[in-house]
Design a binder for this molecule. Structure first.
Ligand code: SAH
Length: 379
């Protein structure tokens, strides 16, 4: 397939004709099927701590918020990992605010325990930690690290993600270090950050390709009222009166970005995000899967803690326990004629002996059904 140019990506992000967009989504779905197959991988998300030293202008965990916080115990984390195995997941994702109360040696021991006891792949998503800590966790057996760069635009990034003291926050450099350490690397962006333009979003997608990311998470920005970006008027105002190219944080815009990312980075693992399911609780998850995504990340965090880990308000499925959530997601996957992945579901890479990309993983068992609401709902 010919490479998409900068201008073409921009054109597609600005496209609003439903018939044209159906074609884009169909192309992305075909690329997804060709390169990563029909399996949907389930990654159990355990939100291990809500403490955070950062002041990110978008995030409900920012340090300035005075609210009850928690850090899970070793046993609680291991219980979460065991339930991931029982539910048939191949990966567990340990996520938190940037919490230096999570001591490197403590977590390394937990990583070793999970690896000894289970076949799970381990993804860490703990913010900007020190190279020595990242190395220790990698040596202990962690497989992947997720660190969204949020936006590739340096000025917008600096405005929404203040540096901590004198330390520069360079997530792109950190991703390269993580790659050197042997992690599979995941990153991603929010769509619809106040001040974000379509041009910036094109550069985000181009950066995904340059970094050769293994996983790419793309979700809508959701304003949290207790954060600077959630203050009344900020979301629509943009940086000034002449600012007309604000990316909307709409479902359609997210689907366009997911589809284009699938075309530009065909082998990457792309989640249909919980944030997407939050703006369309009915079938946002399915829409993501139809536009190029091949991963779900069900939440395994125990109930009392979930309520305390609200990076944005109104998170989808907050009250569902892990068993209900698992059953619901499996139904959604099957309703699309797709299958639940088994095993760790890491990056698929072609070996030299494979002349063609991945074969279709399974013949379709059931005819593809359409989700309830139409795929193209314009912003
Ligand atoms: N402390 C970790 C994990 C942060 S939460 C880190 O900084 O990497 C994971 C992701 O949630 C963030 O990277 C961000 O992209 C997303 N997120 C945070 N606030 C959000 C909001 N208000 N709306 C949508 N997504 C948000």
């Amino acid at each position: 397939m010919p490479r998409l140019t900068h201008e073409e990506i921009l054109h597609w992000l600005r496209e609003s004709d439903p018939a044209a967009l159906e074609q884009l989504f169909a192309r992305a779905d075909e690329a997804r099927r060709t390169h990563v197959g029909d399996e949907i991988h389930l990654r159990g998300l355990i939100e291990i701590s809500s403490f955070c030293v950062r002041q990110c202008h978008y995030c409900g965990l920012r340090a300035a918020r005075s609210m009850p916080r928690y850090r899970m115990t070793r046993e609680e984390v291991l219980t979460g990992a065991r339930s991931a195995v029982e539910l048939g997941f191949g990966t567990v994702v340990l996520q938190s605010g940037e919490d230096f109360g999570i001591e490197a040696a403590w977590l390394a021991e937990i990583i070793r325990a999970i690896k000894n006891e289970t076949p799970l792949a381990i993804t860490l998503s703990l913010g900007e930690r020190l190279p020595d800590e990242l190395r220790l966790w990698r040596d202990a057996g962690a497989d992947r690290y997720l660190l969204r760069f949020e936006t590739s635009d340096p000025a917008l990034y600096a405005a929404i993600h203040p540096r901590r003291g004198s330390a520069v926050s360079d997530r792109i450099a950190l991703l390269r270090e993580l790659r050197e350490l042997g992690y599979e690397i995941g990153s991603g962006v929010m769509v619809g950050i106040p001040g974000q333009t379509c041009e910036m979003l094109v550069r985000d997608i181009e950066l995904f390709e340059q970094l050769d990311l293994d996983m790419i998470g793309i979700g809508p920005f959701l304003a949290h009222p207790d954060t600077p970006l959630g203050a009344p008027g900020v979301q629509t105002a943009g940086p000034g009166p002449n600012f007309i190219d604000q990316v909307p944080s709409s479902e359609c815009m997210v689907l366009k970005a997911v589809a284009l990312t699938r075309l530009v980075c065909p082998e990457a693992n792309l989640p249909s995000t919980t944030a997407l399911a939050t703006i369309n609780t009915l079938d946002g998850r399915e829409h993501g899967l139809l536009c190029g995504a091949n991963v779900f990340m069900p939440v395994l965090t125990p109930a009392p803690y979930r309520q305390m880990y609200q990076i944005y308000p109104g998170k989808a499925c907050l009250d569902e326990d892990a068993t209900q959530c698992n059953a619901c997601l499996r139904d959604r996957i099957e309703s699309l004629g797709r299958t639940v992945g088994t095993g760790p579901g890491g990056r698929f890479t072609r070996t030299a002996s494979q002349s063609t990309p991945i074969p279709r993983s399974q013949p379709r068992l059931t005819p593809q059904k359409n989700p309830t609401s139409p795929l193209v709902v314009l912003p």
